[in-house]
Design a protein around this ligand. Structure first.
Ligand SMILES: [Zn+2]
Length: 118
């Protein structure tokens, strides 16, 4: 199961909705898996901010998205500004995805406070 926050492979960090909390359409309690304590904490912060409902990206997530732009621009410039995205090879696209995800989560981890809930 993949991480509910970043989409990486889940690694044993989980969240289960409270007995009297939100339920899936089939009536079961909601279950989320995370890759790290950081992503689990991000989920908990979203729940607290939204009154128990996961909502739009947080301020830090929006800032992390913005912080990706220099890395993305640098990568696109290294490929060649004259090439369209349709001309990229599969490997170039995958590398670009890696550049974006790495920059996003590196920035998000820097912006997110270290106050772990337990
Ligand atoms: Zn994650």
């Amino acid at each position: 199961m993949i991480c509910a926050i970043c989409g990486r492979e889940g690694r044993g960090f989980c969240w289960l909705s409270p007995r009297n909390g939100s339920r899936a359409p089939d009536g079961k309690r909601l279950f989320k898996r995370f890759c790290s304590m950081r992503c689990q904490d991000i989920h908990l912060q979203r729940l607290k901010a939204g009154g128990g409902v996961v909502i739009d990206p947080t301020h830090n997530e929006k800032a992390a998205m913005e912080a990706v732009l220099p890395s993305l621009g640098e990568y696109v410039a290294s490929i060649g500004m004259d090439r369209s995205l349709a001309a990229y090879s599969r490997e170039e696209i995958l590398h670009m995805v890696d550049v974006v995800l790495t920059a996003y989560f590196d920035n998000l981890r820097e912006l997110t406070p270290d106050d772990v809930p337990f």
